[in-house]
Design a protein around this ligand. Sequence first.
Ligand code: FES
Length: 114
Amino acid sequence: MSEIATLKIWRGDDKKAGLWETHEVPFERGQSVLDGLRWIRANRDPSLAIRFSCINANACKECMMELDGTTIYACTARLEPRVMSLSPLSNKQLVRDLVTEIAPPGERWPLARK
Ligand code: FES
């Protein structure tokens, strides 16, 4: 039987009213957390909001999120065959799900007010 990684993912667009969703993804050694999230979007839920650009070069810095409460780059953090809790950056403005506003304040488009 093949191994699985269990990704517990915070979902929502309001930090006070989100919920945790759990997905099991096929695990292969060497995969990144971003690989697991992209697998979920392709195979389970295309509405999951994640942001990435360079995919694995650690160059764009767009895939930052928290893994078990620690800030990581999802493209370089290794997927592991265990429960991994993923949440948006707690110190940034939330956009939706795992996406937060990371552009410097003077360089961002205004977000719609809720
Ligand atoms: S996707 Fe570019 S740094 Fe992670």
